[in-house]
Design a protein around this ligand. Structure first.
Ligand SMILES: O=C(O)CCC(=O)C(=O)O
Ligand SMILES: [Fe+2]
Length: 404
């Protein structure tokens, strides 16, 4: 349902195994699978029922509609794996329409139900009730159900976020802007002079750069393998506490440098590229994150925005910068979206994204609001190295100007 909302996918398509975005009359394929895997009537019923049980008729109705339509088409055929039947789907769909205010449709579905189970007393009572309601106020007959998407206060940031996720990171790039350039980064560092890293400047304010092939295939595999046994549901800082929340769905693990020499090698490489001190306590351990289908991280800041944040327990200041490595490709979805900066970065396997979270004044840069879009197909791995303010005094000198 999250995927449906964020990517504007239509249920009919999803049920057939295609990922189509439908806006007005325009249909765009967001992903073309090599094989179509369609859902059964029972699959659609089960999805619809999850929404139905939460009282979310906005999502329940299209899935139950699809279930009813597929069950009708296969009436008389019995699939041994099915838990539900046409009657179950009609029953739930009728009640969902009643709740949504469309009584005449609730009535006709209930009558259809009675054709198959004429002895059902509860449904017979419902039919009488709907008939009476319609007789009392025939206006209901034409009442079109307009149900709002639940739990979503209308937010400008949400529209921008979802729009950026939908482009899958393919919004036009500004090749004409000379300040957004590519280069071989050496940073006057002996390691990099021997083996420069391809750098792509993505954005200036906030400053975001992508380092291509920051890790190789073997290193990416190795890091995922080291983290795998330790993965746990991710948490976020809330006040002084760490909480599991719906707006961050993933698993993660922290890898201390002593776990494997490869982590020290990576630290050296990050330090060489950024010129920053990433030795503890000036940077956190490497956080490896794994998102499954539907996994996401809604718009947030990496830096602390409250002085009571657990981030300050390291006593090395706020998170001045983020160095995020893409350890896997993703088949569809999963872009990193910068909401106010208005761009999204598609997952580039083995590349690393770097940005400053704080201005030189130490003030949080509110333009760094960013998100991990939901994974539509495949799975996504990233690794975060969060670099703190202390230790960087001579590497990124401060300034009192709020713009710097
Ligand atoms: O997964 C992403 O693309 C972003 C992850 C992120 O922002 C985070 O882990 O703080
Ligand atoms: Fe983040």
């Amino acid at each position: 349902m999250r995927l449906q909302d964020v990517y504007m996918l239509n249920v009919k398509g999803l049920a057939r195994g295609v990922f189509q975005r439908v806006t007005g009359s325009a249909v765009t394929d967001l992903y073309s699978p090599r094989r179509l895997f369609s859902l059964t009537a029972d699959d659609c019923f089960q999805v619809g029922k999850v929404a139905y049980d939460m009282g979310d008729y906005y999502h329940a109705i299209p899935w139950l509609e699809e279930a009813v339509s597929l069950f009708r088409g296969a009436y008389g055929e019995w699939n041994t794996e099915d838990e539900a039947s046409l009657e179950d789907a009609l029953d739930h769909l009728a009640f969902a329409y009643f709740q949504a205010g469309n009584i005449s449709y609730a009535l006709s579905l209930s009558r259809e139900f009675l054709l198959y189970s004429p002895d059902n007393k509860r449904m017979a009572r419902n039919v009488l009730k709907y008939e009476r309601l319609l007789a009392d106020s025939p206006k209901q007959m034409v009442a079109e159900a307009v149900i709002q998407r639940p739990n979503v206060p209308h937010l400008q940031t949400r529209d921008t976020y979802e729009g950026l996720c939908q482009t899958l990171g393919s919004q036009p790039t500004h090749y004409q802007i000379p300040s957004l350039y590519c280069s071989y980064e050496t940073n006057s560092n002996p390691y990099l002079l021997l083996q420069p890293v391809r750098k792509e400047v993505i954005h200036l304010e906030p400053y975001v750069v992508l380092y291509h092939d920051f890790v190789n295939e073997m290193e990416a595999q190795k890091i995922k393998g080291l983290a795998e046994p330790w993965l746990q549901r991710s948490v976020v800082a809330s006040g002084e506490k760490q909480l599991q929340v719906d707006y961050r769905i993933s698993k993660s693990a922290w890898l201390k440098d002593t776990v494997d020499p490869i982590l020290v090698t990576l630290d050296h490489r990050i330090a060489a590229l950024t010129g920053l001190d990433v030795q503890p306590p000036y940077a956190e351990y490497l956080q490896v994150v794994n998102y499954g289908i539907g996994g996401h991280y809604e718009p947030h800041f990496d830096h602390a925005t409250s002085p009571s944040s657990p981030l300050y327990r390291m006593k090395s200041g706020n998170r001045v910068a983020t160095f995020m490595i893409y350890l896997s490709a993703v088949e569809a979805g999963g872009a990193t979206a910068f909401i106010y900066a208005n761009f999204s970065m598609p997952v580039v396997k083995n590349a690393a994204l770097f940005w400053w979270n704080l201005h030189r004044s130490g003030e949080g840069d509110s333009d760094t609001l960013h998100a991990g879009c939901p994974v539509l197909v495949g799975d996504k791995w990233v690794a975060n190295k969060w670099i703190h303010e202390y230790g960087q005094e001579f590497r990124r000198p401060c300034s009192s100007s709020p713009e710097d």
